[in-house]
Design a protein. Structure first.
Length: 271
């Protein structure tokens, strides 16, 4: 498989990263928005017959076994199920972070499997944001620098990147903490910075994998309320992998998984 090109990081920030422990991955993407509307149902995610098997060399582990899923633009969907049911694998495959063995995935009208590595990376950077259980903030950078870094890597001019980063921090209620480093922030505040980073490129879809998993109850409730507010205000689609029933209850519907299959897509319950 061809290697994705390595983007250039502005020199001053690169030197600071090297002084810290800055391992990071930031892939990003161009795509026409003209094809982004499904005229019948306004579907932004369409997965059909998706299969994924992990081969360790000794055993084959079927992680997804013919998954079908549709998500409308602006929905907030929780994906729930026991550990090992395929939740995170599904999120990784839907977002193009992992490949599939069979089936098709359309995101905003684009079939990810037909894109090159660079095109897929570029598509993610323009249309997707990611929030994970681990905040993945760079310790030597301030909150605003953490938020703007993916934009700079994607080629956004520094002044515009800073403006958008501050705007994203304002959305999550952390503008006054923009100059603070992660160690000076609480766990809930660090996750808010991570959410701001996911929002800075104004994505159509936000993928979140156990976003409250490392938070105390109060911080988890604040982050959940924030995601719900952003979903409604911006009409951004949220797909959230979680074990937390509070997140499930706050979403438009719950997709239940078991043994690599969707056993309930939540549509009947919503209707």
């Amino acid at each position: 498989m061809a290697h994705e090109r390595v983007p250039q990081v502005p020199g001053q920030m690169l030197r600071r990263l090297r002084r810290g422990h800055g391992d990071m991955e930031a892939s990003r993407e161009p795509a026409s928005r003209a094809s982004m509307l499904d005229t019948a149902l306004d579907l932004i995610i369409q997965a059909t017959g998706v299969e994924k098997t992990y081969d360790t060399g000794k055993i084959r582990v079927p992680a997804l076994r013919g998954v079908d899923l549709q998500v409308r633009r602006g929905e907030m969907v929780a994906v729930m199920g026991p550990s090992g049911s395929g939740k995170t694998t599904l999120l990784n495959c839907l977002s193009g972070l992992d490949t599939v063995d069979a089936g098709t995935i359309l995101i905003a009208g684009r079939e990810l499997a037909k894109l090159s590595d660079n095109e897929r990376s570029e598509f993610r950077s323009r249309h997707m944001g990611f929030v994970f259980q681990l905040f993945n903030l760079i310790p030597v950078l301030t909150a605003v620098e953490n938020v703007e870094l993916p934009l700079l890597i994607a080629g956004v001019k520094p002044a515009e990147a800073r403006r958008r980063a501050m705007e994203a921090l304002e959305q999550v209620g952390l503008a006054r903490w923009a100059g603070h480093k992660p160690a000076e922030l609480s766990g809930g505040q660090q996750q808010r910075v991570a959410i701001a980073r996911a929002l800075a490129n104004q994505p159509e879809i936000v993928w979140a994998d156990e976003p409250t998993g490392n938070l105390d109850t109060h911080s988890a409730e604040e982050v959940l309320a924030l995601m719900r507010e952003l979903n409604r205000r911006n009409r951004q689609t949220f797909v959230i992998v979680t074990h937390d029933p509070r997140i499930g209850a706050a979403c438009d519907r719950i997709v239940q998984m078991q043994d690599g299959l969707i056993i309930d897509d939540g549509l009947l319950a919503r209707g």
